[in-house]
Design a protein around this ligand. Structure first.
Ligand code: MG
Length: 257
């Protein structure tokens, strides 16, 4: 569906909906370097208020590792799916679960380090289960870089290339945001709720497909083709939409009976 065809999503009902929210490009604008991203006070306050209003049914779903999600939102620790679901922190669990990465991570890491040496301007983000090559500073190298990575993966079927906003990610083939959402939806407090998933990127598409299958609400942030059925323009619009949910709930709580 094209961006022009997408309308604003309906408001999620705090007692009936489960919120799944991507971070970069959805809640928080992109930064030149991923390690520079930090949540501002307003978004931290918004998310903790939503978590309370939705009785814990709020999940951050990201390509970032869980430790990095915790850094961004410190001191609060949200329920989350990190590295496209390779790591999951279920509700009410202090520690997160990790899937073992498939064989070959060390070899791919070596290859990516050599690419960074030969293509100046690339930024390699080394994560416990995956690798991200950011080319925000050298967008003209995208075609060359994609070709090199695809060649490498021809002999590594356990791995897949995920394209994001000025980033190529090498991710275990079994990991996806869709699988993470499906897994969490089978556990309390998400079970029996209607999933809402908001994301901005190619790596969010498996999440949109799963949410559509589950009868939920899929929301694409920004332009571009997508399986999502609804749209919002940018992180500011996402925050405004979420904040209106809280205002509406406040009004219901204080309405005279
Ligand atoms: Mg994103």
């Amino acid at each position: 569906m094209t961006a022009a065809a997408r309308v604003a999503p309906p408001p999620p009902q705090p007692r009936e909906a489960a919120l799944f929210l991507d971070i970069d490009g959805t809640l928080i604008p992109f930064a030149d370097r991923p390690q520079d991203v930090v949540a501002d006070r307003a978004v931290r306050h918004l998310l903790t208020a939503l978590e309370t209003a939705f009785q814990g049914a709020l999940v951050l779903v990201s390509g970032r590792p869980v430790v990095d999600i915790d850094r961004i939102f410190a001191p609060h620790r949200f329920v989350c799916a990190g590295e496209h679901g390779s790591e999951i922190r279920l509700a009410h669990r202090r520690h997160h679960e990790e899937c073992a990465p498939p064989p070959g991570l060390a070899g791919l890491r070596t290859l990516c380090r050599s690419l960074v040496q030969t293509l100046p301007g690339l930024l390699l983000e080394e994560k416990p289960h995956s690798l991200s090559l950011h080319y925000r500073a050298v967008p003209e190298r995208a075609v060359e870089l994609r070709a090199a990575l695809l060649r490498t993966l021809e002999t590594r079927p356990d791995w897949t290339l995920v394209e994001g906003n000025r980033v190529f990610e090498l991710v275990p083939a079994t990991a996806s945001k869709g699988a993470a959402i499906r897994r969490l939806m089978a556990t309390p407090p998400f079970r029996d709720r209607r999933p809402f998933f908001v994301g901005d990127d190619t790596n969010d598409e498996p999440g949109f497909v799963v949410v559509n299958t589950l009868g939920g609400v899929s929301v694409k942030v920004g332009p571009g083709p997508s399986a999502a059925r609804y749209g919002l323009s940018d992180p500011t619009a996402v925050r405004d939409w979420l904040a209106r949910t809280l205002v509406a709930q406040e009004a219901r709580v204080h309405a005279p009976t």
